[in-house]
Design a protein around this ligand. Structure first.
Ligand SMILES: Nc1nc2c(c(=O)[nH]1)N[C@H]1C(S)=C(S)[C@@H](COP(=O)(O)OP(=O)(O)OC[C@H]3O[C@@H](n4cnc5c(=O)[nH]c(N)nc54)[C@H](O)[C@@H]3O)O[C@H]1N2
Ligand SMILES: Nc1nc2c(c(=O)[nH]1)N[C@H]1C(S)=C(S)[C@@H](COP(=O)(O)OP(=O)(O)OC[C@H]3O[C@@H](n4cnc5c(=O)[nH]c(N)nc54)[C@H](O)[C@@H]3O)O[C@H]1N2
Ligand SMILES: [Mo]
Length: 766
């Protein structure tokens, strides 16, 4: 940390964290998570439950979408995976008595998001009763009938919105899209719209498919890893094992991140007996560049400009044969880079030309390179461009479709990629709609539907009347609660399938229904016996997942069963044998196989441990673009923004703490960043603090400077942090009050959660 170092004043809950990431601290945190969520008997059982995570016969970890190492028999230790599992397998319960004790107004007013979820698992269907302002029990069949009635009463199917959070299985998601499309709409707001939409929109333009191209085997062979805008020590902890192995093989790992993230600097692998016993750790990043938030496009252009300069000097840097045979657009890219001035590049990314030249030299030397990236690249108004620029860089040296090389988007939710594959998309292809029509005989809607932001706008405008959520916490995940919360209350009906109570459930419309579901870790018993569901990880591997725990309540139903029953109750003339499908999920998979390419022998292949890989043509250097070539894109300019970054305006990024899963807060600590027992902080560089005469521990007011309505967050404690000058960081979802709803990446519709222009001023508190 910079500034006056150890002279700085004491701030409660803020201290330096000097250890490596992982190590004994991670084991201790896991034990605590188990103790807080489980009663005495289950604490004894917990290690057995955790051992079944990601095993050939167990369940897929709901923590993240990083693949497993060939489903080996050893337990891959992961602190945050353990938190995700124990949070679901908790012994705490939300019962009808709980709801009888509290009005909805009280629940909203008196409890934080953390407390709401910490009340425990939902146990039976509940419906909102406006007369008493309470949720009261409702029978499953009555709930389905009521949902069906309201849906049938809509004057247009487009007044209904079908939200998916990426934890849903392929089977549940497929039935969900089938329900919506037979009903008549393509309105599929999806957590992916807030997450990797830039990948889904950008990569097809470059390489013909919106998915990553690497496998774990590539990491074992690669000669260079460039890591941009992701924090794996917290969000993809099993990836740390992979990075740790690469670092020990002396593979350079070059990091671009405005914050110094501890796990990217030093990591002790809990699997490594020697490191654990000797309290040693491994340095992860060979070089750490603190790029300005939103400056990655400029940095990528700088690296490419330097690569072309090296080619001019020494030759043999570009893969000419690859460029000639497999790509188009190289000349335009080269011309644009030649015109881009170094001074502009340096100013926009905050890095020196010499540094970017160093990266170019490392890149020119490595026979194979992988670029990994996360929300730090996608959640910007240049998100889609950022993704295409990464593809440009890789294509220059033929780093797609060869061993040890490729692009590696780090997906968010454990099955967000699978949801997309099985049809959760507001922009479905004609081919997919044709195959639905051929299989089921109904005419699916052809016009495109709403994504997440458009859905919220339709709710704000009062057009949308029904919102059905397959998981998630839509209102809290979205920008601008001042708009989104009241919009929830304008709905005629909201339906939430969920495991735990959250604020979106409580922002009731005229009618609201909560339907509790069986979780990943639990046994899903249907007419034909115990069922498996399937998921697709970040590397396009599809495999089965089967929980074994007794469900949190005997009244729970599975997501596929609930979706099917809602559909049957909504669509009297349906062409789909909904309830038969649910008796045996093999039947759902058979339909997926018949309507979506790549799932041949689906039921047989998921019975092989480890599953199978979806087709990825770019790995064989086949490019499903209109021209059949991979495409170099030209991003004119360096930063795309419709706000003026005037004097004094800083760029706010919203980030996840170590004790959090999206809107689910597991605890109040962020161990690796040295924050304990609180989340009301703003990370700021000492130089920016000095310019505003702020000291470590001062209270500040943060105000969005977009020219629109005033958006403010007051009473936040500013803390000195090693973060790029010009960039400040605060926690999501608290900081969502600062994000304008319409401040999006125009191409993908992704909210710019990581490029919010803000002004900071001293405050006396809210
Ligand atoms: N434990 C846990 N696991 C999770 C989640 C969770 O909340 N908790 N969430 C899941 C989901 S849905 C997702 S999408 C992923 C999210 O995983 P990440 O992509 O790692 O998510 P963020 O916390 O948003 O962190 C982004 C990182 O980008 C950096 N960053 C911010 N702005 C910029 C920028 O402009 N440029 C660059 N180069 N870097 C920048 C931040 O400093 C931070 O280190 O994780 C998944 N896994
Ligand atoms: N400011 C800011 N905002 C962001 C982001 C950011 O970085 N900054 N990140 C964005 C990203 S990347 C994402 S993915 C979204 C996340 O948006 P969502 O996916 O909507 O949010 P989650 O917090 O993951 O949802 C948590 C809820 O899911 C339910 N749940 C958990 N497990 C299950 C299950 O097995 N089945 C069902 N049916 N329900 C379940 C529980 O009821 C829980 O309360 O947020 C986005 N919002
Ligand atoms: Mo995400």
């Amino acid at each position: 940390m910079g500034g006056k170092g150890c002279e700085r004043r004491e701030v409660p809950g803020v201290r330096r964290y000097d250890g490596p990431a992982g190590g004994w601290g991670a084991l201790k945190a896991t034990a605590n998570a188990v103790r807080q969520q489980m009663d005495a008997f289950e604490v004894l059982e917990a290690p057995i439950v955790l051992m079944r995570t990601n095993q050939p016969t167990g369940f897929d970890c709901p923590g993240c979408a990083w693949p497993d190492k060939e489903h080996k028999s050893t337990f891959q230790f992961c602190e945050n995976g353990a938190k995700a599992v124990t949070w679901e397998a908790t012994s705490k319960r939300v019962t009808r008595e709980f709801f009888a004790r509290h009005t909805v107004t009280e629940l909203l007013r008196d409890f934080s998001d953390y407390q709401l979820e910490d009340f425990g698992r939902l146990t039976e269907p509940m419906a909102y009763d406006a007369a008493t302002d309470k949720f009261v029990p409702i029978a499953w069949e009555a709930a389905f009938q009521r949902i069906g009635e309201v849906m049938r009463g809509l004057d247009s199917p487009d007044r209904a919105e079908f939200y998916t959070s990426g934890r849903a299985s392929n089977e549940a998601a497929y039935l969900f899209q089938l329900y919506a499309r037979e009903f008549g709409t393509n309105n599929f707001p999806d957590c992916s719209n807030m997450c990797h939409e830039a990948t889904s929109v950008g990569l097809p333009q470059s390489i013909g498919i919106g998915k990553g191209t690497v496998s774990l085997a590539d990491f074992e062979e690669t000669e260079l890893i460039i890591s941009m805008g992701h924090n794996p020590g917290t969000n993809h902890p099993r990836m740390m094992g992979t990075l740790h192995e690469a670092a020990r093989r002396k593979v350079p790992i070059i990091v671009f991140n405005p914050l110094r993230e501890r796990a990217l600097e030093r990591f002790a692998d809990p699997q490594d007996i020697v490191e654990m016993a000797t309290f040693r750790s491994t340095n992860i990043a060979s070089t750490y560049f603190q790029v300005k938030a939103g400056g990655d496009a400029a940095a990528l252009k700088g690296i490419m400009k330097a690569v072309l300069a090296l080619e001019a000097e020494q030759g043999d840097v570009l893969d000419h044969a690859f460029i000639a045979e497999h790509t188009q657009g190289f000349e335009a890219l080269a011309a644009d880079l030649a015109m881009t001035a170094w001074g502009d590049i340096e100013r926009e990314c905050g890095l020196k030309r010499a540094d970017l030249e160093l990266v170019a030299a490392a890149y020119a030397k490595a026979k194979s390179t992988i670029v990994t990236y996360g929300m730090g690249l996608t959640q910007h108004n240049t998100g889609t461009w950022n993704v295409r620029l990464i593809a440009d860089l890789l294509l220059l040296r033929g780093n797609i479709g060869k061993p040890g090389a490729g692009i590696c988007p780090l997906r968010g939710h454990s099955n967000v990629q699978g949801n997309r594959t099985v049809g959760i998309s507001e922009k479905p292809s004609e081919a997919f709609l044709d195959s639905l029509k051929a299989e089921f005989g109904f005419e699916p809607p052809r016009h495109h539907g709403n994504d997440a932001v458009k859905t919220m706008q339709a709710m704000v405008a009062g057009y949308a009347k029904v919102l059905i959520c397959l998981g998630g916490n839509f209102a809290v995940a979205m920008p601008d609660p001042e708009q989104s919360f009241p919009a929830m209350r304008k709905l005629d009906l909201s339906v939430h399938m969920g495991t735990k109570l959250n604020r979106s459930h409580l922002l009731v419309g005229r009618e609201s229904i909560i339907l509790p579901v069986i979780g990943r870790t639990e046994l899903d018993l249907q007419a034909s016996g115990p069922q498996s569901i399937t998921v697709e990880d970040s590397m396009s591997m599809v495999h089965a997942s089967a929980g074994r725990l007794r469900p949190a309540s005997q009244h729970l139903r599975s997501e596929p069963a609930i979706v099917a029953a809602m559909a049957a109750a909504t669509l009297p003339q349906t062409r789909v044998p909904w309830m038969q499908l649910v008796e045996d999920y093999d039947r759902i998979r058979a339909l997926i196989e018949r309507t979506i390419p790549g799932f041949n022998d689906y039921n047989a292949r998921i019975r092989v441990p480890g599953g199978f890989r979806m087709p990825l043509p770019p790995t064989e250097r086949r490019w499903p673009t209109p021209s059949g070539k991979a495409i170099f894109s030209v991003f004119p300019g360096l930063r795309q923004s419709y706000v003026a970054w005037d004097e004094g305006v800083l760029c706010l990024v919203t980030i996840r703490s170590h004790d959090q899963y999206n809107t689910t807060i597991y605890g109040m600590d962020d161990r690796y960043r040295g924050v304990f027992g609180r989340r009301d902080v703003l990370f700021m560089n000492p130089v920016d603090m000095a310019e505003r005469s702020l000291e470590h521990g001062d209270l500040v007011l943060i105000e969005t400077s977009s020219g629109g309505r005033a958006q403010r967050l007051d009473g936040i404690t500013v803390i000195e942090y090693d973060i790029a000058p010009g960039t400040v960081a605060a926690y999501y979802p608290e900081a969502n009050v600062l994000v304008p709803l319409d401040y999006i990446d125009q191409e993908s519709g992704t909210p710019s959660y990581k490029s919010i222009p803000v002004r900071i001023a001293r405050s006396d508190g809210p």
